[in-house]
Design a protein around this ligand. Sequence first.
Ligand code: IMP
Length: 182
Amino acid sequence: MPQSYVIDELISAKAIAARIEALARDIRAAYHDTDKLVVVGLLRGSFVFIADLVRELDLPVEVDFLEASSYGDGMESSREVRILKDLRGEIAGRDVLLVEDIVDTGFTLKHVIALMQTRSPKKLSTIALLDKPSRREVDVKADWTGFEIPDEFVVGYGIDYAQRNRNLPYIGKVRFTGESGT
Ligand code: IMP
């Protein structure tokens, strides 16, 4: 069981919505000539972000998902990325936008980009809602980032701690209170 903790708001729901509107404008411009954009969400942390993002994208889109594991139920990246669930569709020759919740050490994004590239998409771009640049261990950066954040463990807006708190409408940082939880 995780230790007891409280959650302090870091990024409000309103700030997230405003940032997504701006990001969607940039993505629309980058893909204005697409016949269809395949938006690939990295499960599970990106499910809320992708839902809001695609509704701001005034483009023909298809949505697909990929699940990669790197964290398990803990707070430390395993640095070993396994694909738990692959895409349903083909991406060869397609315009693809890969959607990640957080870039932390960077292992997940780097691994998934390499995997996607082996499938020869026409154009592959990446977007991450959050980036913790101070934690980076491999050289990778999303093409678009919602917010750069400090080295804090965060939850909410789809992001979990041991499968909890995904349903918070804002991003909060976890602050441990010292007692052990049940
Ligand atoms: P990376 O491979 O170390 O970049 O880890 C990326 C993945 O770790 C993200 O997609 C998240 O699922 C998870 N992760 C990284 N930081 C946090 C955090 O602060 N809270 C919850 N999950 C996180």
